[in-house]
Write a protein that binds this ligand. Structure first.
Ligand code: NAD
Length: 489
C-alpha cells in the first residue's frame, strides 16, 4: 500500500481554485520505467465535477472575450516566463509519467514555452479583412470572434506540447477552457496549469479536470455549454467525440493516428536516411503520431540500407529515461506494451521476418518497467496488419520496391495520411512525391516526425477531421467569422 500525501496529490482546478472531486476517489499515476515509483494521485472526477468546470468556464467567457488581445497575451507571456523558470521540474515530471528521455522532455517543454510566446504575440495581429462591398457607401469587413467555451481533450504522448498548442490559441482568441488530459500524464498537466495560476489568469478562464475519458471526456463532448471540442488521440475515441459534437451542432477538431512512411530511393544519402529512420521511428519509444512506421526501400540499395539500420539499432541503449546514457525509455503503460507485443506476434504469424528486437529486454533494471527492444521486420507486404495499423511503439516494417511509382502506391495504401518523407537527391522524384503523396506533412530528406510550431499541423484521410492546428491555422478552429456590413444611415 502506498501512502497518499498532500505533496503528491493533485486536485482539479475549477474556477480559480484547486478542489477535490466529489467522488472522493483518486487514480495512481506511476513511472513506466519503474512502477514502484509513484508520480502522484489525480482525481477520478465525475460528470457532475465536469459540469462545474464547464459552468466556471461559461461564467468567465464574456469578461475574457472583452479583454483586448494584447491584454490576454500578457498572461501568456507571464505563464511562459514561469514555465521557463520551472522547465527542469516540468520536464522531469513528463519523463517520470510517460517515459520519454529527459532531453526529449526538456525539448518539449522548451517548445511549449515557445508556443506560448508565439500565441501571446498573436494577440496583436489582425482578426479580419476589409472586403469591398458592391454598395459604394458601405463598409464590409470580417471579424474573428471566439467560440466561447472550448473543451480540450489530450493524449499522454506529448503531455506538454499538445495541451499548450491547443490552450494557447484557444485563450488568445478569447475562449475559456476546460481541459481533460490523459490520466497517465495528468500530473505534468497540473504543473502547467499552475504556471497559468501563478501568472494570475482570472478564475474560470482555464479549468482543469482529470478522470476517465468515458466519463469526463464524454461529458465535455456532450455538454450543451461547450461550444468547441479539440481532441488529439486515437481514431476510435476521436470518431466518437466527433459524432457527439456533431449531434448537438458543436464545432470539433480531431487529430488522430498515423502510419507514416519513409521512402528511401536508390540515390538517397543513406547515412542521413538511416539516421532519420532510427530517430523518427524509435525516439519517444515510437510513441509519436508522426513516428516512422513503414520504410519503403528501393531494391538497388535495400541490403546496404538494411545493414545500416540494423547496425544503428544495435547501438540503442534502453533504460530508465531519467538516466543520461539512455537513448530510449519504456513504453508508457502496460496496455500499450501489450498492444505492441501483440502486433509483433501478428507480424510473425502473417509471415513477416523479425530481423531484430521485439522482445522484453532481460535484466534486473528492466523488471519493474514496460520495456521493449526496438524491432525491425522485413518481408512485409502492404496488406499485412503491421503495414496497415498504427502500432504506437518502436516497430518498423521494411518494404522492398523496384520503382518509385511502386513506393508511392504503397505509401498511400493506408487509411491514414499524417506525415510522410522521402530521401532522394533527384528533384524530379522530390516533386512527384510532393504532388502524389497523401499526407498533411510532407518531408523531403528529413525524418517523418518533425513539426514546427509556426506551421500548420494535421493529417489527411483518417488522421484528422481535416482542420489544422498550430501556426496561424489554429485561428480557423478557435474562432468564428462575423461578416459585418455597415451602411451609414
Ligand atoms: P486515446 O484516444 O485513448 O485518449 C486520448 C484522450 O481521450 C485521453 O484524454 C482519454 O482519456 C480521452 N478519452 C478516452 N475515451 C474517451 C471518450 N469515450 N470520450 C471522450 N474522451 C475520451 O488516445 P491515447 O492512447 O491517449 O493517445 C494515442 C493516440 O493519439 C495515437 O493514436 C496517436 O496517433 C494519437 N496522437 C495523434 C496526434 C496528432 O496530432 N495527430 C498527436 C499525438 C497522438
Amino acid at each position: 500500500m502506498s501512502v497518499i500525501t498532500e505533496k503528491n496529490t493533485f486536485l482539479n482546478f475549477l474556477d480559480g481554485k484547486w478542489v477535490a472531486s466529489q467522488s472522493g476517489d483518486m487514480v495512481k499515476v506511476t513511472n513506466p520505467a519503474d512502477v514502484r515509483d509513484i508520480v502522484g494521485y489525480v482525481q477520478n472526477s465525475t460528470a457532475e465535477d465536469t459540469d462545474r468546470a464547464v459552468a466556471a468556464a461559461h461564467k468567465a467567457k464574456t469578461s475574457w472575450r472583452k479583454l483586448t488581445g494584447a491584454e490576454r497575451g500578457r498572461y501568456l507571456y507571464k505563464a511562459a516566463d514561469i514555465m521557463e523558470r520551472r522547465l527542469e521540474e516540468i520536464a522531469a515530471s513528463a519523463t517520470r509519467e510517460m517515459g520519454k528521455t529527459l532531453p526529449e522532455a526538456k525539448g518539449e517543454t522548451a517548445r511549449g514555452i515557445a508556443i506560448l510566446r508565439y500565441y501571446a504575440g498573436e494577440g496583436m495581429r489582425k482578426t479580419g479583412d476589409v472586403i469591398p462591398s458592391t454598395d459604394k457607401d458601405a463598409l464590409m469587413f470580417t471579424d474573428r470572434v471566439p467560440l466561447g467555451v472550448v473543451g480540450v481533450i489530450t493524449p499522454w504522448n506529448f503531455p506538454i506540447a499538445i495541451p499548450l498548442w491547443k490552450m494557447a490559441p484557444a485563450l488568445i482568441y478569447g475562449n475559456t477552457i476546460v481541459i481533460k488530459p490523459a490520466t497517465e500524464t495528468a500530473v505534468t498537466c497540473a504543473k502547467i496549469i499552475s504556471c497559468f495560476e501563478e501568472a494570475g489568469l482570472p478564475p474560470g478562464v482555464m479549468n482543469f479536470i482529470t478522470g476517465r475519458g468515458a466519463v469526463v471526456g464524454q461529458r465535455l463532448a456532450a455538454h450543451e455549454n461547450v461550444n468547441g471540442i479539440t481532441f488529439t488521440g486515437s481514431n476510435q475515441t476521436g470518431k466518437m467525440i466527433g459524432q457527439t459534437a456533431l449531434k448537438r451542432g458543436a464545432k470539433y477538431q480531431l487529430e488522430m493516428g498515423g502510419k507514416n512512411p519513409v521512402i528511401v530511393a536508390d540515390d538517397a544519402d543513406l547515412e542521413a536516411a538511416a539516421e532519420a529512420v532510427i530517430t523518427g521511428a524509435f525516439l519517444s519509444t515510437g510513441q509519436k503520431c508522426t513516428a516512422t512506421s513503414r520504410v519503403i526501400i528501393q531494391s538497388g540499395i535495400y541490403d546496404r540500407f538494411k545493414e545500416k539500420l540494423l547496425q544503428r539499432t544495435k547501438e540503442i541503449t534502453i533504460g530508465d529515461s531519467l538516466q543520461e546514457d539512455v537513448w530510449m525509455g519504456p513504453i508508457s503503460s502496460k496496455n500499450q506494451l501489450d498492444n505492441c507485443l501483440s502486433y509483433i506476434e501478428k507480424g510473425r504469424q502473417e509471415g513477416a521476418s523479425l530481423l531484430i528486437g521485439g522482445e522484453k529486454p532481460e535484466g534486473e533494471k528492466y523488471q519493474n518497467g514496460y520495456f521493449i527492444e526496438p524491432a525491425i521486420f522485413e518481408n512485409v507486404k502492404t496488406g499485412m496488419t503491421i503495414a496497415q495499423e498504427e502500432i504506437f511503439g518502436p516497430v518498423i516494417a521494411l518494404l522492398k520496391v523496384d520503382t518509385l511509382k511502386e513506393a508511392l502506391d504503397i505509401a498511400n495504401d493506408v487509411k491514414y495520411g499524417l506525415s510522410a518523407s522521402i530521401f532522394t537527391e533527384n528533384i524530379g522524384s522530390m516533386l512527384s512525391f510532393i504532388d502524389d503523396i497523401e499526407a498533411g506533412l510532407v518531408r523531403v530528406n528529413a525524418e517523418s516526425a518533425g513539426v514546427e510550431l509556426q506551421a500548420p499541423f494535421g493529417g489527411m484521410k483518417q488522421s484528422s477531421s481535416h482542420s489544422r492546428e498550430q501556426g496561424e491555422a489554429a485561428k480557423d478552429f478557435f474562432t468564428a467569422i462575423k461578416t459585418v456590413f455597415i451602411k451609414p444611415s
